[in-house]
Design a protein around this ligand. Sequence first.
Ligand code: 5GP
Length: 143
Amino acid sequence: MSIDGTYDQENIFAKILRAEMPCVKVYEDANTLAFMDVFPQSRGHMLVIHKHEQARNLLDVSVDGLGQIMASVQKLTRAANQALSPDGIIVTQFNGAPAGQTVYHVHVHIIPKYEGDLKLHASGGMADMDALNTLADLIKAAL
Ligand code: 5GP
C-alpha cells in the first residue's frame, strides 16, 4: 500500500470503531480511542486512533485531529509509565507499507520497553486476551 491513497472503510480499525470487531479498550474520549495492540511488541503495547477522522496516515489527518490524538497519547504514555514502570517508552507512527504501516487508519503506537526486550515491529504473536485485559485494567487505574 502506498503512502497516498483513499481511505478504506473496511480497514480493521474502522471495524473496531463500528463495533464490528472487538478490542480491549483502555481509554476513550469524544475524539480518540486507545486500545491494546493484539500482536504486542511489548507488555503494555497500545494504539491510539481518532474516532472521526477518515485519515490513512500523518499526511492526511487534520492538525486538530492530530493534536487530539497526541493529547491522548501523552495521557496514556504517562499512565503506562505509572502502571507498568517500563525502562523506556517508544511512541511511534508509520506511513506507508515500506515504512512498516499495515493498517491504514492513522494511529500512534505506545510501546513500553524493558531492558533486554528486543522485539521488532510486527514480530509478535497474538496476545492472550486475559493478559491484555489485566494490562488494560492496570493502565486504566493509572489514568
Ligand atoms: P502498523 O503496522 O500499521 O503501524 O500498526 C498496526 C498495528 O495494529 C500492529 O501493531 C498490529 O499488531 C495491530 N493490529 C492488527 N490487527 C489488529 C486487531 O485486530 N486488533 C488490535 N487491537 N490490533 C491489531
